[in-house]
Design a protein around this ligand. Structure first.
Ligand code: ATP
Ligand code: MG
Length: 396
């Protein structure tokens, strides 16, 4: 998805922004001209239209991609983007080389949902996606899920977390025993500097306010970490969870992620259904991971055969199913759903997806308790078109 649901109505105090970001005014103008700094469409979040948000579409100097800049009572504030987490391909060697300067590593669950930053801006909660967009659905859910006392006392902090569960328009998952959608904190950072809380202090703070957080598996010495993590990964794999993020408790070294084979295969299974819509890197990297894990785990012939079969099935079966469906005249679609209390969120979210160029069909809301479920069919145009033309005899 590379579309930009931003508005054109740019009104940025260039002089003030340059001063705040310690950049020249011509640099800021250049960023605006080249659409690297873009005004964000807020979907009516700022009711009186007075609050404007700008996002960094690329990283610039030390400011991460997805960072959000805005003015509040005359002063600028910056909500820093969430840094990319690198992946261990071979756990043992990666732990040894990446964490060689520290004695212990902390291991947390890597939950499979989507990344959201929640912040308070002038007494109102906003939820930003990884890229710095204000997602109206996530904002509505965050406003419902989070009590205001955390932000009342810490207006300068940003909660970084995973939105997870079945009522999820991006990564719906049923494996966490979540009824609808929940927000799990994995990082707390200061506005402006992006300075993170130390891991144990962050967990303590989140607990004090009763916030959900990702599971903590323990802090292990570097000598024990590889075996401990391998055993955690095998257990997580059995219940279809995604994997772990390995962190420096002091939050000085960058974290590293490592995932289960089952989660890889689940990703492939989903992606191959829409084989022509998903980037090729996505497939390739997941296949390569399987190779490295098999070697590191020193698999015997039986284990290897099982892995090959699982990988092959997760690639071929969904694709074959898609081809059959299109051949029979059915359009393939990604079926997701959202749950709202306030019906007006539906049309705002529809507009948000339209601006992202996502081709989506919304069903009529069905009431459930005091809320509504809306089913959404995301049409995957490219796979539909490609398959259809192949079925008509066109050459690849
Ligand atoms: P890429 O594959 O290009 O790195 P990505 O950032 O989406 O893209 P992921 O494999 O999803 O890559 O891994 C990083 C994401 O994992 C984070 O953005 C965050 O949303 C999610 N995450 C889940 N649990 C945690 C956790 N405990 N700590 C940090 N991140 C977590
Ligand atoms: Mg993810």
């Amino acid at each position: 998805m590379n579309a930009r649901p931003d508005t054109a109505d740019i009104e940025l105090d260039i002089e003030g922004a340059a001063d705040y970001l310690n950049m020249s005014q011509s640099k800021i103008k250049g960023l605006l001209d080249r659409k690297i700094l873009l005004q964000v469409w807020d979907g009516g979040w700022s009711r009186d239209q007075s609050q404007r948000f700008f996002r960094f579409d690329k990283s610039v100097s030390k400011i991460e991609h997805g960072s959000v800049l805005y003015q509040r009572n005359g002063s600028f504030e910056l909500i820093r983007g969430f840094p990319k987490i690198q992946r261990a391909m071979l756990l043992g060697p990666a732990l040894e080389s990446h964490f060689s300067t520290i004695k212990t590593v902390a291991v947390e669950e890597k939950m499979n949902g989507y990344n959201v930053r929640v912040a308070d801006i002038g007494g109102r909660i906003a939820a930003f996606t990884r890229g710095g967009l204000i997602c109206p659905y996530s904002t509505d859910r965050a406003q419902n899920l989070l009590k205001h006392d955390f932000f009342d006392q810490h207006p300068d902090l940003v909660l970084y977390g995973e939105m997870t569960g079945p009522d999820n328009p991006y990564v719906p998952k049923n494996v966490y025993n979540i009824e609808s959608l929940d927000f799990f904190v994995f990082d707390i950072r200061h506005k402006d500097s992006g300075k993170p809380y130390l891991l144990h202090e962050r967990r303590k703070l989140a607990e004090e306010y009763g916030l959900n957080q990702v599971t903590f598996f323990g802090e292990f010495s570097l000598d024990d970490a590889q075996d401990e993590i391998a055993s955690i990964i095998r257990k997580l794999g059995k219940v279809q969870h995604e994997g772990v993020v390995i962190k420096d408790p002091q939050m000085i070294l960058d974290p590293v992620k490592y995932t289960c084979s089952q989660s890889n295969c689940a990703d492939l299974q989903h992606a191959f259904k829409f084989y022509n819509d998903v980037g090729r890197d996505y497939f390739f990297s997941r296949v390569v991971r399987e190779g490295f894990q098999s070697v590191e785990w020193n698999e015997n012939e039986t284990e290897l055969q099982k892995r090959c079969l699982q990988l092959g099935e997760s690639i071929l079966r969904p694709m074959i199913e898609s081809i059959k469906q299109v051949k029979d005249g059915t359009r393939i679609a990604d079926d997701v759903q959202i749950r709202v209390k306030d019906l007006s969120i539906i049309s705002t979210y529809q507009e948000y997806l339209r601006r992202l160029s996502v081709d989506a069909v919304f069903s009529e809301p069905e009431s459930i308790g005091d809320e509504y479920i809306v089913k959404i069919k995301k049409l995957n145009q490219s796979t539909n078109d490609k398959t259809e033309s192949m079925c008509k005899g066109e050459l690849w």
